[in-house]
Design a binder for this molecule. Sequence first.
Ligand code: TPU
Ligand code: MG
Length: 564
Amino acid sequence: MSNMSAFTVGDYLAERLVQIGIRHHFVVPGDYNLILLDKLSAHPQLTEVGCANELNCSMAAEGYARAKGASACVVTFSVGALSAFNGTGSAYAENLPLILISGSPNTNDAGEFHILHHTLGDHDYSYQFEMAKKITCCAVSVKRAVDAPRLIDRAIRAALIARKPAYIEIPTNLSGAACVRPGPINAVTDPVPSDEGALAAAIDQAAQYLDGKKKPIILVGPKLRRAGAEKELLKLAEKLGCSVAVQPAAKGFFPEDHPQFVGIFWGQVSTLAADSIVHWADAIICAGTVFNDYSTVGWTALPNIPHMVAEMDHVTFPGAHFSRVRLCDFLSRLAEVVTRNDSTMIEYARLCPDPPTERVPNAEEELTRKEISRRVQGLLTPETSLFVETGDSWFNGIQLRLPQGADFEIEMQWGHIGWSIPAAFGYAMGKRDRKIIIMVGDGSFQVTVQEVSQMVRWNLPIIILLMNNKGYTIEVEIHDGLYNRIKNWDYAKLVEAFNSTDGHALGLQVATVGELAVAIEKAQTHADGPTLIECSLHQDDCSRELITWGHFVAAANARPPTHA
Ligand code: TPU
Ligand code: MG
């Protein structure tokens, strides 16, 4: 067999990616990764998806991991990888196993003290690997083909177990080097089971914690889905019969049409009075929660009673900690031992707000944020996946009522403006049957707009609702200055520029209630490409929640140093 047809390092990697369920790999080519790209795309089950730049490429992979459970982003050395680190950071913050793969210099160059293109111009080529270690759960740098299987398997396994990104660096002259074939994939994918002793002890402790408590409540956080524990949580909730509040980044992880759903809990900007019932409770079962400055509204909404926190692989109580307890095992075992206590539901029925009365405006009225939300609400079906971007879109999206089956995607921990465009594109490649809607602000859209061209290229009927309030309004509400004003664009025309001679993007501009209605109708029938609806809004037309939240986050940012 000639060396060209032998099984190679690149083939090994391709096979492993396919075995963990990846069907698309997101790429930007460069001479350090070209051979690797040839090998990956030669795999019959892998489809190469080109992106316009590496920032977007990494964010597209981040979105694909949301849809498929794992993803791969393949870039060239330094000029590519350093941009892709941003989406990798997002995957770390958002608990998604994104495999970042970078080509790197020929193995001979370091020893020969060559100066190479795309590098810092020094003789040390280890810096990218060292940087990658900080933003992944496992970084490996292949130096010899013989090490590749072991290192590739180690990185992929670490990512899947930790639900974090991993980094694999492969020199340009090793991707095509001969390599052994992979063994069974179970060795890479088998989960680490709970420790039986720790699990049993944690369940005992939980029973003790709940003993004598009269008003238990469940609070669901963003790590619940990443741990694959949504069903188990539902089982526990129904057994206990208590109220279930959800953190903003976990919206949709507990069905919003369920009678026990009591709203999104984030302090003063909570929906459906979730804050009142959380504050009334005397025991909080936290499942996959993240209390950061945003979800606690500038530290004003931390639960102030001792609570237990079940994390992806451990549980912490006031006074006790148990490692190697998987969230799904803990929740389903707890469901078997708890006794029903629906006191928080009885109280919630007393205090929950009545549904708001809806005003239907006339067609000729000026378009408002409220009207856009009303229209998006009407678009939501069980097949919808709604992406909401950093900005007032977070607050508008969180207010919506999700029907059963509708999916809600938000990147609240990393909070990179522009994330929603490439992430929704990547997600769409992984889940072609979903009806995808993006709510995004003008400032965010300007960051990653190029990836609309991939939606055009792949004929994806994604609906983009662009809230054009002509500025960085979320920043205005935190701290205003001239820097929050941005150049206005003709967004509708811009997306149609991506069509060139063969695309089908539709760009529409609306400024009245009636125009929005017509545009939405057009978008719904436009099946062979994306539709962008540019919604013209008054600069000050923003949600009550954004103003309140911005006020408290600004106060948290402005705390003077406690140590001189
Ligand atoms: O609805 P609105 O006007 O708040 O949204 P828009 O227009 O998208 O503005 C977002 C403004 C914004 C900035 C500039 N939100 N957060 N930032 C800070 C920021 C800067 N750079 C990145 C990559 N991410 C950020 N979150
Ligand atoms: Mg804006």
